[in-house]
Ligand binder design. Structure first.
Ligand SMILES: C[S@@+](CC[C@H](N)C(=O)[O-])C[C@H]1O[C@@H](n2cnc3c(N)ncnc32)[C@H](O)[C@@H]1O
Length: 297
């Protein structure tokens, strides 16, 4: 087993002791953060486990052990994460092709390159604007200070609970780079499954109501058809998660215009193409879709 240890120049690995007081949860309704909030020292966290599954270096040995246990339960776990990153890059490029220059990535995590900013800037140069949102302080510090391109113009990092669209979309940091009056591309990849489908539906509806017509919303979740495998994963995963169906994914994007080919396994899902290949990876795979906010509501 390999593990990297956190690479944040601004703060030491958090396992050494209690973490510094994190900025408070940014909820407009005053509710406390729901269970699953990251930050327990020594405990694996989803952002770092995800980094370990992707072969990155921003994780601890506890996270690497959790990643190994998840892979034992679901041999496709690493591919699920890779497919999400490739989908994220394809959606970013698709949005740029439509003339969209603003991106909001919910649950941005500690994924190795290419980031959304890398892809957007490679296509849009200085016009690209990116807001990363995550509630994990390890993630926000990394993205704000250590990630390639950190601190450069046009990038904002927001520490917030994504389940509060009103707070996220009025966050002063986000508003420095995102103009809600203009179309944006909202990405929620491998993160909504930490909430039940009905909640995710309300969350995405909350963002859609605050995004300009013509905006894109792309989501993807890990899908495991084999319930025994899903149950095995549940025993080793630190966070509760829901095994969304394709119908759940469609319902989360309900009321928006689905971009063809609609809901499908994202490794074969290319926006604008006619169909999703029949072939599915055995076991676990990444299921997703892209939708557009209608020009007239
Ligand atoms: C599995 S990673 C996904 C990273 C990236 N979106 C991808 O697809 O590669 C999930 C990320 O979502 C974050 N997250 C989970 N629940 C969240 C919430 N309610 N609000 C904000 N971030 C959340 C975690 O901290 C973690 O960084």
């Amino acid at each position: 087993m390999t593990c990297g240890g956190l690479r944040h120049p601004r703060h030491p690995p958090p396992l050494a002791g209690p973490r510094a007081a994190a900025p408070g949860p940014n909820r407009s309704d005053g509710n406390p953060m729901p269970p699953g909030q990251p930050g327990t020292p020594g405990q694996p966290a989803s952002a770092r486990i995800h980094n370990a599954l992707l072969g990155g270096w921003n994780h601890t040995c506890a996270d690497a052990a959790a990643a190994d246990a998840i892979e034992d339960a679901c041999p496709q776990a690493r591919q699920i994460c890779r497919d999400s990153r490739l989908f994220t890059a394809r959606v970013t490029a698709y949005a740029a092709g439509l003339g969209i220059t603003q991106y909001i990535e919910l649950g941005a995590g500690l994924a190795p390159a290419p980031s959304v900013a890398d892809t957007a800037r490679s296509l849009l140069d200085g016009a690209a604007r990116v807001a990363y949102v995550d509630w994990d302080q390890d993630v926000t510090e990394y993205l704000a200070y250590a990630a390639p391109g950190a601190g450069t113009d046009g990038i904002a990092v927001v520490q917030a609970d994504l389940s509060d669209p009103a707070a996220v979309m009025t966050d002063p940091g986000l508003l420095k780079v995102i103009d809600p009056a203009r179309p944006a591309c909202l990405l929620a990849c491998l993160v909504l499954h930490f909430r039940p489908p009905a909640e995710a539906e309300a969350i995405i509806a909350g963002y859609a109501a605050r995004l300009a017509p013509g905006s894109l919303v792309a989501i993807c979740i890990p899908r495991v058809d084999d319930e025994v495998m899903w149950a095995r994963m549940g025993r080793v995963r630190p966070d509760a998660a829901w095994n969304y169906t394709a119908q759940d994914v469609a319902a989360v994007l309900g009321g928006l215009d689905l971009v063809p080919p609609g809901v499908g396994a994202v490794f074969g899902l290319h926006p604008g193409w006619d169909g999703v290949p029949e072939r599915r990876r055995e076991g676990g795979y990444t299921l997703g879709a892209i939708a557009r906010i209608p020009l007239r509501r």
